[in-house]
Design a protein around this ligand. Structure first.
Ligand code: NAP
Length: 523
């Protein structure tokens, strides 16, 4: 069995406590073990701070080149990483690619962002925010906002569902901003992150200490963070809420970003005709989100709002689309959906389906564990894709409880954009909602009602139906995050993402001197 070690303070640390056992969720066979007890986190932070100084000395071009090289390194070892993700994560090959290629793609995108910054700013290691403003009647007294890299360490804690993408989408942004990273993957699926760290360490592509890995508990790490440090967390709302209250965080002003649960929605307008391209796209999107990674995506559609009169037809189309799903061991040919990742996940997902079914009706799938194709009977954490039809889009468990598995609920509504917008808001803040319509007036009202509750909104109309990405796909150019229940955080979004690791300062003074110092033309 592989022992997953932490990479801290320049060396590998095996942990002194009883290890947690990582399993293959399709067979329940142990695959690795991990423990992080005994790490000296003061030394971890000191090591990171030295690397921070070196990263900050690098130019945009140098950081971009290093990040690009890391993307290439992972690409070179892609097949091996996909193999590991399949066994430890219960991923189909496609699911594993979504995670590993997502990491490589985001690293590449941030390398390109760094190259663009180099072209615009050259050796100036800061970002300009807006234009120089005249602050009073005095013409020479001006003000300019700038962002400079904070002196702290970026601590990242990630969820079990994206051990590759989650780790390296965060790291790419932090590295480009000039921040050293201490990263903790969720223990249950940490094998792929561990292997990627081994590759990174062997490669020497980054300054020593720019990336440290904690495979297991974070011990007293968080309690040691100070005013220039930050924590970016992805996981459940409950853990996020607890971590925000880490003793000393509020007093010392430790910066925190939380990406948490999300009741994402898909909303069909009444103008979408059954069988049309927009209709088929909506059906495909829902089915993909239910089955990809066995529905364990933070951006997956959980609530599908359909005009009452179209509900039966939509459910028929969705059932037809889901009919070809083969649940089983992802290593077996023909399997299209793997198990959920852990025994706890299986328990929670089945309990969640039962909770939904108390207020609705299961119209596809079931609330019981199933056996998986190619796995021993009774073994593996398999759930079948399940659709629950709720009575209406009004208040209820569907707006309160995220079932983090291959499950979606259909919510009939009256077809009006006002009602749909209100129902989207009942989720109390989501990462993502997709609306399907060609009706400009309906879309206009949705644009007024829904965005305050959302981090991202996709509008699917006839002319782009064949061009849009799947709604669950997070693109590095667009921000990822959402208000309220979704954590209130924001990641990615091109250059916007760097701001979390930087300090915005309003510089005020002689506009000519400021202009010279900052390298900007002042009229
Ligand atoms: P989780 O149980 O909250 O765990 C998330 C991470 O927090 C894991 O790395 C976990 O480590 C760590 N953790 C737990 N307690 C901790 C503590 N006291 N101190 C430090 N770290 C601690 O969530 P999960 O089950 O892995 O992920 C599922 C949830 O994540 C879902 O609700 C999903 O919606 C959400 N999610 C959100 C996004 C997003 O971008 N918004 C993305 C993916 C997932 P251990 O594994 O070692 O316990």
């Amino acid at each position: 069995m592989v022992r997953l070690k932490s990479y801290v303070a320049g060396g590998w640390h095996a942990g002194t406590g009883k290890p947690a056992v990582l399993v293959n969720p399709a067979t329940e066979a142990p695959v690795a073990e991990a423990n992080a007890e005994g790490i000296d986190h003061e030394a971890v932070l000191a090591h990171a701070r030295l690397a921070g100084a070196e990263l900050r000395r690098m130019t945009w071009a140098q950081r971009a080149a290093a990040i690009k090289a890391v993307a290439k390194l992972f690409h070179t070892h892609r097949e091996e990483l996909l193999d590991i993700a399949q066994v430890n994560g219960g991923n189909t090959r496609g699911d594993a690619k979504f995670d590993v290629d997502g990491a490589i793609g985001t690293l590449s995108a941030y390398a390109a962002t760094g190259e663009a910054l180099d072209a615009r700013l050259g050796d100036r290691n800061f970002l300009l925010d807006g234009d120089m403003a005249q602050l009073t009647r005095a013409p020479r007294f001006g003000g300019q906002h700038v962002l400079t890299t904070r002196r702290g360490v970026a601590v990242h804690i990630n969820a079990f569902n994206f051990p590759a993408w989650g780790t390296f989408e965060k790291a790419a942004v932090a590295w480009l901003a000039g921040a050293p990273v201490v990263s903790k993957p969720a223990t249950a699926t940490a094998h792929v992150t561990f292997r990627m760290t081994e590759l990174l360490v062997e490669s020497g592509l980054l300054p020593v200490g720019a990336f440290q890995l904690v495979c297991g508990s974070t011990g007293n790490l968080l309690s040691l963070l100070g005013a220039q440090d930050s924590l970016a967390f992805t996981g459940s709302n409950a853990t996020g809420a607890m971590l925000r209250q880490t003793p000393g965080f509020a007093e010392r002003g430790v910066r925190v970003n939380v990406e948490a649960d999300s009741l994402n929605a898909a909303v069909l307008a009444a103008d979408v005709e059954p069988g049309s391209e927009v209709w088929s796209t909506a059906v495909r999107h829902v089915a993909t989100d239910m089955t990809q990674k066995a529905g364990q995506k933070c951006t997956a559609i959980r609530r599908v709002m359909v005009p009452e009169a179209l509900c039966d037809a939509f459910i028929d189309s969705l059932r037809e689309q889901l009919a070809g799903t083969k649940v089983g061991n992802p290593l077996v040919d023909g399997v299209t959906m793997g198990p959920v990742s852990t025994a706890a996940q299986l328990r929670d997902v089945l309990a969640g389906i039962r909770r939904l079914a108390e207020e609705g009706q299961i119209v596809h799938g079931s609330a019981d564990r199933v056996d998986g194709e190619g796995s021993e009977a009774g073994k593996g954490y398999f759930v079948t894709p399940t659709v629950v039809r709720m009575k209406h889009a009004g208040a209820g468990v569907v707006h309160d409880h995220e079932v983090f598995g291959p499950v979606s609920a259909i919510l009939p509504y009256d077809g009006s954009a006002l009602a749909a917008g209100e129902a989207v808001g009942r989720g109390c803040g989501s990462l993502m909602t997709t609306v399907y319509s060609d009706d400009r007036a309906w879309l206009g009202t949705m644009l007024e009602e829904a965005p305050p509750w959302l981090g991202r909104m996709m509008l699917v109309s006839s002319k782009v139906a064949d061009q849009v990405t799947a709604p669950g796909m997070v693109l590095p150019q667009s921000i990822h995050g959402g208000p309220g229940r979704a954590g209130g955080g924001e990641e990615l979004g091109g250059e916007r993402g760097l701001a979390f690791y930087m300090q915005r300062t309003a510089l005020q003074g002689d506009r000519v001197i400021l202009g010279k110092l900052l390298g900007i033309e002042v009229k």
